[in-house]
Design a binder for this molecule. Structure first.
Ligand SMILES: Cc1cc2nc3c(=O)[nH]c(=O)nc-3n(C[C@H](O)[C@H](O)[C@H](O)COP(=O)(O)O)c2cc1C
Length: 167
């Protein structure tokens, strides 16, 4: 598993090949195995696999144009009734997103985390376009597809960022 952490890169170009449902299921399962505060698991996942709906996603999230070539996308959402602390809601969903990215890497599927939360207008576009219940907060969109680009691993190990026993 540790090698997937070091090899994973964001992939934004994809070949035209379908991801089997069993792999999508595995990716979603991995998302639900993430840690969450008090084990509340306050996440929901909307799977998009239809190019016409991709167009609606792009109209709500203009910087998500690159999903055009993706095979599927997963919208990761947080339930703000289940987890009332917004910071924890985002941290929980982010942990599940990281699991999605890493399990995709393990399955040789390219992925990219596309920001939604933190951009109020985009959050409200997505909520409106997909009629999300008021308590459901879209956190990020993850694009998935077999890579049509090779992005090599980079060395990010930085001793200057490690502190022992205090700053
Ligand atoms: C919170 C967050 C938001 C991001 N939003 C976007 C985005 O909107 N569009 C995009 O192309 N990449 C996005 N990324 C991917 C980053 O650009 C990418 O992770 C970073 O450049 C490091 O490259 P790597 O993923 O290949 O290691 C996002 C990543 C994170 C963690």
């Amino acid at each position: 598993m540790i090698e997937y952490i070091f090899s994973r890169r964001s992939i934004r170009n994809y070949i035209d090949k379908e991801i089997p449902n069993k792999d999508i299921e595995l990716i979603l399962k991995s998302a639900m195995y993430a840690p969450s505060a008090m084990n509340l698991q306050p996440w929901h996942f909307i799977v998009f696999d239809n190019k016409e709906i991709f167009q609606r996603l792009i109209s709500a999230i203009p910087h998500a144009e690159m999903i055009k070539g993706a095979d599927k996308c997963i919208l990761v959402c947080g339930d703000s009734i289940k987890e009332k602390n917004e910071s924890w809601l985002i941290q929980n969903c982010s942990a599940s997103i990281q699991n999605i990215l890493l399990s995709a890497e393990a399955l040789v599927i390219g992925s990219c985390w596309i920001a939604i939360h933190g951009m109020d207008e985009i959050v409200s576009n997505v909520k409106k376009e997909f009629s999300l219940p008021s308590e459901i907060i879209p956190i990020a969109l993850i694009s998935l597809g077999y890579p049509n680009e090779v992005i090599t691993a980079e060395d990010r190990y930085d001793l200057g960022k490690i502190h022992f026993n205090g700053w």
